[in-house]
Write a protein that binds this ligand. Structure first.
Ligand code: NAD
Length: 326
């Protein structure tokens, strides 16, 4: 039975949603986060928070032993594609060395399950739909460092007989129904930036690249609601623990949505004249990425609750209003 779960990056956007689900399922969860992009206010009252850096092997090892951790959900990372192109060293240090140090800190402890937040950015660009066996050829430095993290985890866990789940998230958006948690950081997140803009009196939105070979010239992504992806973590964790199997799994709805389609959905609900500025393409951006999620559905019983664009957009707008105190 899973009892004590450590979440690295649990004060962040996705980590706080996973923590909420663990609490709901009466699992003890310990959050390790250095608050570099995380927020204390996102931490669940019933979770135990320890401010620490995943690079600090000694401290993390102590935390694992003291709290008798049996499972780790590793989310702590830096994740802006644009920033990774400009500052690759930072991405190597936190995403690669940080993951390596966390694994070293786990050695000779009672940890038997490890779930890692990887990304669709590990795949080659330009493929129609990607399955877990598709070509791995990251376009960005961010994607490259997450792929290196995957390989470190696979090797370490196989050697040390630890069950692992590598979850390749597609693009995450939305906010919890509870209204208490959601995305605070801007980054280069389309939904976040649109939500922020539509709160303004005269909203202006920049599209980077309108000349791609796609249905309307803009990039295509497979968006998944944060509450669905968080529930997936708990389900996969339980399943790898029960079956002692390790899996790499695509986590998306298998539905491609363009930037313009997202903008049009926002327009429906914000009742404002959203001015669009067309900008050149950005370095590191993939043209199109959509998941084949068959393996995920074969591995766990799961029914997505929020796989409608309108539900994601409405939840983003609701969260942004709450955040701005309106
Ligand atoms: N948001 C997405 O669309 C998306 C898509 C694919 C994969 N992912 C992955 O999901 C994970 C979580 O992403 P998020 O959107 O919640 O981002 P986030 O920035 O909100 O969360 C990351 C958390 O990690 C913490 N952190 C960073 N470096 C740390 C360090 N050295 N030590 C301890 N804590 C540290 C931050 O303070 C933050 O709370 C990341 O690993 C990311 O690569 C996210």
């Amino acid at each position: 039975m899973i009892k004590n779960v450590l979440i690295t990056g649990g004060a962040g956007y996705i980590g706080s949603h996973i923590s909420e689900i663990l609490v709901k399922n009466k699992k003890k969860n310990i959050i390790v986060d250095n608050l570099s992009t995380g927020f204390k206010k996102l931490i669940h009252k019933k979770a135990k928070f320890i401010k620490a850096n995943i690079l600090d092997i000694k401290k993390i090892n102590l935390i694992i032993n003291k709290n008798n951790i049996d499972s780790i959900i590793h989310l702590a990372a830096v994740l802006s594609v644009g920033e990774s192109q400009k500052n690759p060293k930072k991405y190597e240090r936190i995403n690669v060395k940080g993951t390596k140090n966390l694994l070293i800190a786990m050695k000779n402890t009672n940890v038997r399950n490890f779930v890692f937040s990887s990304t669709c950015a590990v795949y080659s660009d330009g493929l129609k739909k990607v399955s877990e066996n598709s070509i791995l050829k990251p376009t960005s430095v961010y994607g490259k460092t997450k792929l290196k993290g995957e390989n470190l985890i696979k090797n370490f866990c196989k050697k040390n007989k630890i069950n692992f789940g590598i979850l390749r998230f597609f693009n995450v958006a939305g906010a919890s129904d509870t209204g208490k948690i959601g995305q605070i950081n801007k980054g280069d997140q389309l939904f976040k930036n649109l939500s922020l803009e539509t709160e303004k009196k005269n909203p202006i939105f920049k599209i980077y690249g309108t000349d791609y070979k796609t249905k309307d010239g803009t990039c295509i992504r497979d968006y998944i609601h944060v509450s669905d992806i968080s529930e997936l973590h708990f389900k996969v964790l339980k399943k790898i623990d029960k079956t002692k199997k390790s899996k790499i799994l695509n986590c998306g709805y298998s539905k491609g949505i363009s930037v313009k389609e997202v903008i049009n959905e926002f327009k429906k609900y914000c009742n404002k004249n959203l001015k669009i500025l067309e900008h050149p393409r950005r370095s590191g951006d993939m043209v199109s990425i959509i998941s084949n999620n068959n393996r995920l559905f074969r591995f766990i019983k799961w029914k997505p609750k929020y796989n409608k664009l309108s539900l994601i957009v409405k939840s983003c707008l609701k969260w942004e209003k709450a955040l701005s105190g309106k």
